[in-house]
Design a protein around this ligand. Structure first.
Ligand code: ADP
Length: 988
C-alpha cells in the first residue's frame, strides 16, 4: 500500500470516527433540549437508529447509493457490501458513508421527539436510511468507474461537497413530513402559545452536545475529500468560521431583539452556519464562509419564526430550520460564493444557481414526499403518535419504564396528593431532584407535625364535645345542622346521623310565642337569632314531639369562607319547676305574713279594748282610794297597763310596716313645733332621772319641712326615750342641723347624744333587729321589747333618710337620723339657739291655753258601744262630769235611737260611736245617720290608732276622733271642744 493511500486511509478513518462522534453530539443536544420526562427516549432513539440504519445501509443502502447507476436514477449493484481488494480502500469509503447515513437519520429524531412512538420512529429511521437518503445521495454523489458523476443531478453539475442537501436537508425534510403527520405536542400551540415553549431539561448537556457536533464536523467536512490533501485545512477553517458566524448572528439578534438570550437559538445559529458551509466548504474563501455562516444564522431564525408562528410546526430541537432551511441556503450559496476555478468548465454562476435550486427542490420533493407517504400509510395501520396519557407522563416511563429522579419525585408527590403519605421522596445531595426531594420531605415532616397537632386538638375538642352534659349544636347560615354532640343526642332523642343536614327548626320550632308573624321561610330561626351573644329562654322539641323549656346561648364564628353558629342548649325544666315552686312558696309566705299582720292587728284591738276598761277603772279607783298602799297598788296596775299598751302599739306598728301597710303623711309642719313637743314630753322624763336635756341648733334651720310629723315624733321620742332610759348621770342632748342645704335634696339631721352606758361593738350590729337588745340583762334592768329601733330604722328610711349609731361602752351613744325636708323654696331659714327656743316655747304655751268650747256638764250623750265594760267605764266618766248618758249596744240601735231623738225634737248633744261593733259597725251607722240628715256631733271611738283610721272615721261623717283606751282628759277635751255653748251659758 502506497504512502498516500495509507495516510488517506488513516485520515478518512479518523474522520469516520469524528462523524460517528456526531451521534454522541446529537444524543446530548437532542436529549438536553427536550423535557426531562422524554430525555431517555430521545437518547435511546439516537442509539437505535444507528443500529438499524447501519445494517440497512450495509444491506442495500450503499448499493442503492453507490452501485452501478441505472439511468442516473438508482444504484443497482453492491448490495450486502463486500470488499475483495487488498487495500480495503472501498471499506474505508463505505465506513465513511455509513456514518453519514446515520447522521441523516439522527437529524429527524430531535424534531419528532416527545410524542412519536418508538416503533414508528424505527420505521421512519429505516425509511430514511434505507431509501430516502441513498436514493437522493445516488442522484448527487454516484460515480461511474472513471470517477465521473453518474447520478442525474451530479451529471447536471449539482454541487454538494459534504452534503448540505444530501445529508442535512434529506434528514430535515423527512423530519418535517413526520412532524406534520404527528402534529404538535399537547399544549405547544394552545392559548398563549407564543410563550409556551417548553423548557429544555438540561442546557449544559445540550451545550456539550453542540460542541461535540462541531468537533465531529471537522471530520464530516474534512473527510469528504476522502484524502488528506492540501484542501483539508481550508475546509476545516471554513467550517469553523461559518459555525462561528452563524452563532454570532444568532447571538447579536437575541441581544438586540429580546431581553432574554435564548441559548437554543445561539446553538442552532452556529449549527445552521455549519450546515450551510458543508455544501461548499472546499470551494469558497474564508470571508465567503463567514458570510454564508451569518446568512445561515438569519435563515435559521427566519425559518424558525415562520414554522412556529405561521405553520405551527412543532420541531422540538429546531432540526428543520437548522438542517433543512440552512441546508438549502448552503447549497444555493455554492453557486454564489464558489471560486470560479472550482465551477465546472462551461457553467456560469447563474446556470449553477439554477442547478443548485433544482437540486434543493428535488431534495425537498423527494425526501418530504417519500417520507410523508410512508408515515401517512403507516399511521393508518399503526398510529405513529403516542396516546395523550403516555405523552403526559412522558415517554421515558411510557415507552421504556425508565424513570428519572425528577419523575420519581413527582410520583411520590402524586401519591401524597392521593392520600398515601407512607413513602418519602428520594434524597441525594448531588442532584437537583435529590435536593428538592430532601426539602420536600422536610416540608412533609413539618406538615405532619402540624397535622398531628390539629388531630390532637380535634380529639380533645371531640372528647369535650362528647362529655359535656349540655347539647352543643353547630349550624350553618341556612340553618342546617353540621354538628350534634352526644349531649344533644340525649337531650333531643335523635341520633347524630338523623339530624345532620336537617334544619334546626326540627329542634327549636320557630313558630313559638309571638314571633310567628316575623318569621318567614329561609330566615334564620328567630329564637336562635335572639340568642346570639346572650342567653335566651326558648322552647325546644324532642323527637317524640314533647317540648321543654331550655336556655340557649349562641355564638357565631366566621370561618375562612363562611359563617357558622354554635349553640349550647341546656334543659331548664327542673330549674323552671323549682322557680315555680319557689314562687308559690313566696306567695304562701306572703299570705302567711299577711295573716300574721291581720292577726296582730286584731289581737291588738282585742287587747286594747279590755285594757281600756282596766286603765279607765284604775283611774277611777285612784280617784276613790284613800289608803296609801291601795293607791300604790293601783299605780302599779296603771303603769303595767300602760306598758302593755306600749308593747301592743309597737307590735302593731312593726307588723304594719313589714306588711307594707303603713302609709306616711306628707304635710308641711313647723320644725320648731315638733322639737318643742318632743322637748316638753322628754323633759318630764329627764327631770325624773335628774338628767339635763339639752337642745342644740346648728343653724340655719328651715322654718317648716314636709314630712310625716307623727312618725318623726315617734322616732325621736323612741331615741330620746332610750337615751334617757340608758343614762344614769350626765346629760342627753338633741342636736338639730340642716345638711345638703345647697342641693335639691336637703335633709334635717338629728343627733341624739347621751352620756349613758353605751353599746358594745358586737351588739351594735344587731340593735336594729326586732326583739333584740344589746344585753339580755337589759330587759330585767331597763325593760323594753327591742322593737323601738327596728321600727325607727324602717320609719326613718320611709322618711327618706338613714339611721346611724356610734357608741362606746361606759362613755355614751350617739344616734343620728336624717329625714328629707321636702322643697325649701320660699321657706325661711331660722337662726335658733336653745335659750331663745325655750323662751319662745313658754310664751306660746301661755298664748294658747288649751282651747275649750262650752261646759260639758248636763249635756246629753248617747254612747254606742258593744263592750259592757267600756259602756260602764265611759258612762261613769261622763256622768261624773255631770252629763246625761244613754246607751246603745250596736250601730244599728244607736243610729235608730239618735234619729228618733232628733225627730222628737230632743237630740243628743253628742254621740260617742265605737267603730268596731257587731250587727252594724260605727262607720256604717255614722254614714247612715248622716244620710238620714242627722246634724249633731258624732265622736268616733276606735282602738285602731293609725292615721288612716282617723281619716276613715272622718270620711264616714264623724266630727272628731278619740282613741281607746280612753284617756279621760283627752276625751273631755275633745267633747268640750265640740260642745256648743248652752243657752244658759250664752245668756251669761
Ligand atoms: P328597747 O329599748 O325597747 O329594748 P330598742 O329597739 O329601742 O328597744 O333598743 C334596742 C336595744 O338597743 C336596747 O335594748 C339597748 O340594749 C340598746 N340601746 C338603744 N339605745 C341605747 C342607748 N341610748 N344607750 C345604750 N343602749 C341603747
Amino acid at each position: 500500500m502506497s504512502y498516500e493511500l495509507t495516510t488517506n486511509t488513516i485520515w478518512v478513518l479518523i474522520c469516520t470516527s469524528l462523524v460517528f462522534l456526531m451521534q454522541a453530539g446529537f444524543c446530548c443536544l437532542e436529549s438536553g433540549l427536550s423535557r426531562s420526562k422524554n430525555s431517555i427516549n430521545v437518547a435511546t432513539k439516537n442509539v437505535v437508529d444507528f443500529f438499524i440504519g447501519s445494517l440497512l445501509f450495509w444491506l442495500f443502502g450503499y448499493g442503492l447509493m453507490f452501485g452501478e447507476s441505472f439511468q442516473g436514477l438508482i444504484g443497482t449493484t453492491g448490495f450486502a457490501f463486500a470488499d475483495n481488494s487488498t487495500t480495503h480502500w472501498a471499506t474505508v469509503v463505505f465506513l465513511f458513508q455509513l456514518v453519514f447515513c446515520s447522521t441523516a437519520m439522527t437529524i429527524s429524531s430531535g424534531a419528532v421527539a416527545e410524542r412519536m412512538r418508538f416503533r414508528s420512529y424505527v420505521i421512519l429511521a429505516c425509511a430514511i436510511g434505507a431509501v430516502a437518503y441513498p436514493v437522493f445521495g445516488h442522484w448527487v454523489w454516484a460515480r461511474d468507474a472513471a470517477g465521473a458523476p453518474a447520478g442525474w443531478l451530479g451529471k447536471l453539475g449539482f454541487m454538494d461537497f459534504a452534503g448540505s442537501s444530501v445529508v442535512h436537508s434529506v434528514g430535515a425534510w423527512s423530519a418535517l413530513a413526520a412532524v406534520l403527520i404527528l402534529g404538535p405536542r399537547t399544549g405547544r400551540f394552545g392559548a398563549g402559545a407564543d410563550k409556551s415553549r417548553f423548557s429544555a431539561s438540561n442546557l449544559p448537556l445540550a451545550a456539550l452536545g453542540f460542541l461535540i457536533l462541531w468537533f465531529g464536523w471537522f471530520g464530516f467536512n474534512g473527510g469528504s475529500t476522502l484524502a488528506l490533501n492540501g484542501q483539508v485545512p481550508s475546509i476545516i477553517l471554513n467550517t469553523i468560521l461559518a459555525g462561528i458566524a452563524g452563532g454570532v448572528f444568532a447571538l447579536l439578534w437575541e441581544m438586540f431583539s429580546s431581553k432574554q438570550i435564548s441559548v437554543e437559538n445561539i446553538f442552532n445559529g452556529s449549527l445552521a452556519g455549519l450546515v450551510a458551509v458543508t455544501a461548499g466548504c472546499n470551494v469558497i474563501s474564508y470571508p465567503s464562509a463567514i458570510l454564508i455562516g451569518l446568512i445561515a444564522g438569519a435563515v435559521m431564525l427566519g425559518a424558525t419564526y415562520l414554522l412556529e408562528k405561521y405553520m405551527r410546526v412543532d420541531d422540538v430541537v429546531g432540526a428543520i430550520p437548522v438542517h433543512g432551511f440552512a441546508g438549502v441556503w448552503g447549497t444555493l450559496a455554492v453557486a454564489l460564493f464558489a471560486e470560479m476555478e472550482h465551477i465546472p468548465h462551461g457553467i456560469t454562476r447563474m446556470h449553477l444557481l439554477g442547478i443548485q435550486a433544482l437540486g434543493t427542490a428535488v431534495c425537498f420533493v423527494w425526501s418530504f414526499g417519500f417520507i410523508w407517504v410512508c408515515m401517512w400509510t403507516l399511521n393508518r395501520f399503526l398510529p405513529i403518535r403516542v396516546s395523550a396519557g403516555d405523552e403526559k407522563i412522558g415517554l421515558n416511563v411510557a415507552e421504556h419504564g425508565a424513570s428519572t429522579e425528577l419523575h420519581s419525585l413527582l410520583e411520590t408527590m402524586i401519591a401524597h396528593e392521593k392520600g398515601d403519605s407512607s413513602s418519602r421522596a428520594e434524597v441525594d445531595d448531588f442532584t437537583e431532584a435529590g435536593i428538592v426531594g430532601y426539602q420536600y420531605n422536610r416540608v412533609l415532616d413539618a406538615q405532619e407535625v402540624l397535622l398531628s397537632d390539629v388531630k390532637d386538638r380535634e380529639l380533645r375538642y371531640r372528647s369535650i364535645m362528647d362529655n359535656v352534659m349540655d347539647a352543643i349544636i353547630t349550624i350553618n347560615l341556612e340553618g342546617r345542622i353540621e354538628e350534634f354532640n352526644l349531649g344533644a343526642e340525649h337531650l333531643f332523642g335523635y341520633l347524630n346521623h338523623e339530624v345532620i343536614g336537617q334544619n334546626i327548626n326540627l329542634l327549636i320550632p320557630p313558630l313559638h310565642q309571638n314571633l310567628q308573624h316575623k318569621y318567614s321561610e329561609g330566615d334564620l330561626n328567630p329564637q336562635l337569632v335572639r340568642a346570639i351573644g346572650s342567653r335566651q329562654e326558648i322552647v325546644a322539641q324532642r323527637q317524640d314531639g314533647s317540648t321543654f323549656p331550655a336556655e340557649l346561648a349562641v355564638s357565631s364564628v366566621v370561618l375562612a369562607d363562611r359563617e357558622i353558629f354554635t349553640g349550647i342548649i341546656q334543659d331548664i325544666s327542673e330549674r323552671k319547676e323549682y322557680e315555680r315552686s319557689l314562687n308559690e312558696a313566696r306567695k304562701r309566705a306572703e299570705a302567711a305574713s299577711d295573716a300574721k299582720s291581720e292577726f296582730l292587728a286584731n289581737m291588738s284591738h282585742e287587747i286594747r279594748t279590755p285594757m281600756t276598761a282596766i286603765l279607765g277603772f284604775t283611774d277611777i279607783l285612784l280617784g276613790n282610794l284613800k289608803e296609801k298602799e291601795d293607791i300604790e297598788a293601783a299605780h302599779i296596775v296603771k303603769r303595767n297597763g300602760e306598758y302593755l299598751i306600749g308593747v301592743i302599739n309597737d307590735i302593731l306598728d312593726l307588723s304594719k310596716i313589714e306588711a307594707r301597710k303603713i302609709e306616711l303623711e306628707q304635710v308641711r309642719v313647723d320644725t320648731q313645733e315638733i322639737v318643742r313637743d318632743i322637748a316638753a314630753l322628754m323633759q318630764v322624763k329627764a327631770d325624773l332621772k335628774q338628767l339635763k336635756l339639752k337642745i342644740e341648733f346648728e343653724n340655719p334651720i328651715p322654718e317648716t319641712i314636709v314630712t310625716d310629723p307623727t312618725r318623726l315624733r315617734q322616732v325621736l321620742i323612741n331615741l330620746l326615750g332610750n337615751a334617757i332610759k340608758f343614762t344614769e348621770t350626765g346629760y342627753v342632748k338633741l342636736r338639730i342641723q340642716t345638711i345638703n342645704l345647697e342641693d335639691s335634696c336637703a335633709q334635717l339631721r338629728f343627733d341624739v347624744i347621751d352620756s349613758g352606758i353605751g353599746i358594745s361593738e358586737a351588739a351594735l350590729t344587731q340593735i336594729y333587729q326586732p326583739f333584740t337588745q344589746a344585753d339580755n340583762s337589759t330587759t330585767r334592768k331597763y325593760g323594753g321589747t327591742g322593737l323601738g329601733l327596728a321600727i325607727s330604722k324602717r320609719l326613718v328610711e320611709m322618711l327618706g333618710g338613714q339611721i346611724q349609731v356610734s357608741s362606746k361602752v361606759g362613755v355614751g351613744s350617739t344616734f343620728t337620723i336624717t329625714v328629707n325636708t321636702g322643697s325649701l323654696e320660699g321657706v325661711r331659714l331660722l337662726q335658733l339657739d336653745e335659750s331663745s327656743f325655750r323662751k319662745a316655747a313658754e310664751e306660746q304655751n301661755q298664748e294658747h291655753p288649751i282651747e275649750s268650747g262650752g261646759s260639758v256638764a248636763s249635756r246629753r250623750v248617747l254612747i254606742v258601744e258593744d263592750g259592757l265594760d267600756n259602756q260602764r267605764l265611759i258612762s261613769f266618766l261622763l256622768k261624773k262630769e255631770g252629763m246625761e248618758v244613754e246607751l246603745a249596744d250596736n250601730g244599728k240601735l244607736g243610729s235608730e235611737q239618735a234619729l228618733a231623738a232628733q225627730e222628737a225634737g230632743n237630740p243628743y248633744d253628742f254621740v260617742l260611736m265605737d267603730m268596731q261593733m257587731p250587727v252594724m259597725d260605727g262607720y256604717t251607722a255614722t254614714r247612715k245617720l248622716r244620710e238620714a240628715g242627722y246634724k249633731h256631733p258624732i265622736i268616733a271611738l276606735t282602738a285602731h290608732a293609725m292615721k288612716n283610721d282617723m281619716e276613715k272615721c272622718l270620711n264616714a261623717g264623724c266630727d272628731a276622733y278619740a282613741t281607746k283606751p280612753v284617756n279621760k282628759q283627752k276625751l273631755l277635751e275633745t267633747i268640750s271642744h265640740l260642745a256648743a255653748p248652752q243657752a244658759s251659758e250664752q245668756a251669761d
